[in-house]
Design a binder for this molecule. Sequence first.
Ligand code: MIG
Length: 672
Amino acid sequence: MNFARMTGVFMIKKYIFGKPFDTEAVFANIPECNDALPYFEVDATEGLKFTLKLGKEDAVYGLGEASRGINKRGYVYDSFCSDDPNHTEATRSLYGAHSFLIIENSGKPFGVFFDCPSKITFDIGFTRKDYLEVSTQNPDINVYIIEGDSHYSITESFRKAIGRSYIPPMWAFGYTQSRWSYMDKDTVREVVRKHKEANLPLDAVYLDIDYMESYKDFTVNEDTFGDLEAFAKEMKEQNIRLVPIIDAGVKIEKGYDIYEEGVDNGYFCTDKDGNPFEACVWPGMTHFPDFLNPEARRWFGLKYKFLTDKGIEGFWNDMNEPAIFFSRKSVTDTEKKIREYAKEELTLDGFNDLKHFLSSRQNNMEDYESFYHNTPQGRYRHIDLHNLYGYNMTRSASEALSEIEPDKRILLFSRASYIGMHRYGGIWTGDNHAWWSHILNEIRVLPSLNMCGFLYIGADIGGFGCDTSRDLMLRWLSLGIFTPLMRNHSALGTRLQECYRFEDTEDFRHILELRYRLIPYLYSEYMKAALEDKMLFKPLAFEYPDDEIARHTEDQLLVGNEIMIAPVYTQNAIGRYVYLPEDMTAIRMSGGEITEKPYVKGHHFIEIPENEVVFFIRKGKCIPFAESAKNTSEIDFTSLSLLGDGNEYLLYTDDGIGKDFDNPSNRKILKK
Ligand code: MIG
């Protein structure tokens, strides 16, 4: 990676407590500052506790993938990668651990990054309404303080220090379809055919765990997906990419090469006695590759070649918190418990105890405490490095893929993450539900993730868990057309939710077509954000800091420099109130037709039927707009029109696959 561009003065200072593990989240070489840590009071009685008094009006932004609002004030959050499929308001930690914050500090905002791979708790005006308390379990931590005169400049300095964000191939901006699982080739063929028949655009289909043989990484089920190479070719001829999943756990099975090599070379995480640690995930009993060991990391990463050799150009990494159903020790403990209770009749207390015991086996802290990593910095307990696991799994893939395919971008995203992983891949936001509130959750998480460098992001459109509904699907797609990763995905056993399953499919087609018409803009804005360390999704509070209403609007976002979106996220709505912080032009897509209408600054009720999309272009700006296309390969970048009342737009384009990002010829000005 070329970090030569990272010259100039960093407004970042590094404060070291104890002997922290080097997470490599911060790429820039920042020397230690020996002054006392500013802003916070530090208490080292137990772990570390950083306390700061908040001004009455101070907002606190950040924390990446977390629940609740864009302004995080008023609740408590944990930074601890967690496989938790119940994303509620009470959820304190999700799959990513992103401990970067901007604190407004009574008009003198600053940023802070608590770079610590074990659990951190952020109590943001929860226990005491005017105090921020950050507690770590571990006394060893790097704290970075980032100065700047605005939320944007703080974010940008931080982003420059953590390195350039991952850039996917352009086809990964197309609409993509997933399901746990499409069980065989014919099912995938049918999905592709049905999209074609209904005139629905499509760029990729995902393969979930069932394409593998017994859930073994880097194998293919010969009965259902035999000759994957020919199948990938057949799909590619129709401009459809197949994107297989890779899970973290490696099945324990004699004769399985990945297992054998991992054991022979000591590439798996170990228990306290140095034997490979055993835990149950989808394949049954597995070992976890030790991604914190550089040799193991390279070894596992190069295994992706098995699939790239078959023509595969994209991957998603799952279960890498790592998720653990139960460990070998849990099995022994469970057997013991059952035997104890079998001796006498089960009482209510006994029954409840047993029930609690069994449900607490999954992702159990005792298990995370009981295995170890061999790192160049020494042998560490997993619990002390927990948040780095998914990050380094995706780093493993990314580093190896750039060895395997040096000149080609590969699609790669992960479920678990830590700051630093944004250099290697994107993320999806895990197992959400087909709930209206989860559309709003997505709106709120997008800018927070951008602050931490994650630009290639998106949620499971339509909802992963429980049955979706037609109206929810339409509304969610109307937000999804603005997210870089646009994927419809759902869980085993839920209602099938490919767009062609619903009545009046043309309503879906019109929304998807709008996505393709917007790709020149979205791609261009994505690339500019990535190359200049800027945000793609911006809270109104960042853009209009002096506008009290904008500062408190958390259900609208700016997308790039020109667009504002105000998605509908309630059932049976006929539209919604939208706040315009400045004069804007509303763009309405209705029945596939596009109309423009100017609005003045202020509050408006905008009617938005479920089969229409409305978004806004800021005053004096315009966006490139393409003809409809059914696939990214068909988008005509030479005949773009300009929408909005501005006169010119700086377009970024390239071949969408190579890595010559910084070539000046990629930028050109479009004029009306
Ligand atoms: O325990 O591979 O978040 O997207 O479909 C569930 C099956 C495992 C969780 C992922 C989801 C995926 C599912 N996986």
